[in-house]
Design a protein around this ligand. Sequence first.
Ligand code: 8YV
Length: 312
Amino acid sequence: MVQEVLMMGPIPNAPIEALEKEYKVHKLWQAADPEAMLADLRNNVTGVISTAWFGASAKLIRALPHLEIISHFGVGYDNVDVKTAKEQGVIVTNTPGVLTDDTADMGIALTLAVLRRIVEGDIYVRSGQWGRKGPMPLGRSLRGRKMGIVGMGRIGQAIAQRAQAFGIEVGYHGPREKKDLPQRYYPQLHAMAEDVDILMVACLYSEQTHHLVNGKILNALGQHGVLVNIARGRIVDESALVDALEGGVIAGAGLDVFEREPDVPSALCRLDNVVMQPHQGSATQETRFAMAQLVVDNLRLYFEKAEVLTPV
Ligand code: 8YV
């Protein structure tokens, strides 16, 4: 039997082209009438490929009675309704591991960019201000700073390793202490925020982590503190963040993710102590290809041997 896979959104093509040699692959985001396509395929689809911007809702899962597997492109799977999938006996996989290094690099790049004023400096040179005004205001050293990582999973640990190489002292907060890790554990996020200069958000998004970083936490981080978020926008209360940045409650922010992507509050765009990226943590050719390959490998292994490599 030829398996029929429904792709919700685009992912790198080469692994998909290989999959298309064996399976029928349908591209929902390209359909003129997605509802009609879904209705047509209702009894055929056994696999779904979802992405960060094209998830798998409860409605979609229920609309596909023969669905067996959702192979998600990304490590964060907050836009896949895992509860409904489990209820319907649908397996969900994600793509951990292959994107760890690039995402950790982005966390460090944003930290460097904010503390060393890299983007401001670039604008200063391009706009001719260097010649007109002379030297730019000074940045801050990384060496000797303290970083508190929220979520010490694979990506958090990879950030810790890099930060330590820059001479930064690292601690972490999460639901439980990881006894095998040498870094200091803070059971309370507020206490960690009070103690560190850089608050690095690297945890999964869930109901428990929704707006975990709120006005109180930003107050605790304080006027010399910098917030970096490479995880999910909704972990941070964005309007509290805008207030904190505008009011000088914290010193700056490096943001790869936002509450309502691709909409970014215009207030953030006006602040020169904020460096932003359009959700680029895993966005390298190598990593995006590896993620797509893992999506395809999970599907193939499931349909050939009823096994998967990376279940959630
Ligand atoms: C996205 C991500 O998957 O892995 C995650 O959780 O957010 C990203 O890697 C990527 O932007 C493509 O959708």
